[in-house]
Design a protein around this ligand. Sequence first.
Ligand SMILES: Cc1cc2nc3c(=O)[nH]c(=O)nc-3n(C[C@H](O)[C@H](O)[C@H](O)COP(=O)(O)OP(=O)(O)OC[C@H]3O[C@@H](n4cnc5c(N)ncnc54)[C@H](O)[C@@H]3O)c2cc1C
Length: 434
Amino acid sequence: MTPSKVAIFWFRRDLRLFDNKGLYHALSQHDSVLPLFIFDDVILNELPANDHRVEYIHAVLEGMDKKLKELGSGLLVRKGEPWYVFNQILQEYAVEAVYANADHEPYGILRDKEVSGLLQQNGVLLHQFNDQFIMPPGSVLKPDGSPYTVFTHFSKKWKSMLSSNAFEHYPSENLLQKCCQQPAHTFKPLQFYGFVPSGIFSPTANLTPQVVANYQNTRDYPAIEATSRISVSLRFGTLSIRQVTRMAFEANETFLNELIWREFFASVLFHFPHVVHQSFRKEYDRIQWRNNEREFELWKQGMTGIPLVDAGMRQLLTTGYMHNRVRMVVASFLAKHLLIDWRWGEEWFAEKLFDFELSSNNGNWQWSAGTGTDAAPYFRIFNPLAQAVKFDPDAKYVQRWIPELGTPQYPTPIVDLNAARDRCLMAYKVALQA
Ligand SMILES: Cc1cc2nc3c(=O)[nH]c(=O)nc-3n(C[C@H](O)[C@H](O)[C@H](O)COP(=O)(O)OP(=O)(O)OC[C@H]3O[C@@H](n4cnc5c(N)ncnc54)[C@H](O)[C@@H]3O)c2cc1C
């Protein structure tokens, strides 16, 4: 055991050294802070060896370790189930406190409860802070204390709750010399953790004043790079939500509303955890899905014969990213035209999306399938051809992803859109009448 006491800062969804609220509090309160990251086996065991998100996390951690090494410390990286890792660390170090930023998803809450219990048995407290959201799940409530289920009402309340310190900066970057590493560790390569490079790279953030200023005019056109591409950074916390939201607040209300959608879906998951497995409105679980596996496979591979759908699905396969407008179109097409259970699509997105986030993915899938909170009514079915005419008028986006478009190699549509629309309306109607 090392003689001197340390506080631990446990990085999870907040992989940055600057403006990190929990890290700032740890460094402010303690002279010696051991920065820790755990590659969590509970999560990793579900992933393929070439998972691009793990590769991304590893690269970000390497950068953080390098920066800390320049200041004389480094990042302690462990692999295992967090409870066991902490049990081990408690034997190795004289831990006086553990700090972390709160994780509000069901698994995170459970994991933290278990770790906190172990720490308490050893006389150590787990201090948690809200760093991931401006208004953390559970904080935006109706006057009677119940959660909002309609976005417009949620966002109105959210905006009314903004105080002058909502975007406060927590200068953890100025206190990093208090980080310690005893003994010194070498940073291990990706392969050490059982993973290999994927060849897929995170979309580059495009958060420029110009993108934010023009956002409402250009965000729906997938052929142009007119959205911020910050979803991966927000997912893993490489950007500070306070800095991003301040920028949105000062410059563009439409862009601000998108950030509030993220907080809304986190709130829905927090208050209604049944959405992980069931429709938000349980009567929608009576829908008789067709669940045709061949059609699902063609959808996944971008071979449905509907160009905008195929372009989006190929963009996802190749890059791990898909433009939001196209996400809505492919999701609606799967759930409504193909009548395939939205949970199948949700799972495919979870496997492929770089920015996969349980709450946003689930909330948007349920919105698209019409099973969610304030979802578009089920009879409003996106026509993917009309969407293409409107949002990809020069067909630049579809041509970029479907080089064989217009040749005999490109498949004919797997469904007649009109007949599939009628079939969907009938299936939803029957389910809701039952
Ligand atoms: C079926 C479906 C699944 C989705 N799954 C995810 C997911 O797993 N993870 C994820 O982060 N987003 C998800 N989204 C929301 C949205 O598509 C992405 O956040 C957005 O495309 C990311 O690109 P961007 O950063 O350029 O977004 P921008 O348009 O620049 O928006 C800025 C930020 O606002 C937030 N945001 C924007 N739109 C939404 C939205 N509809 N819901 C929640 N937050 C939003 C994101 O954090 C985003 O990075 C999904 C949307 C659909 C229709």
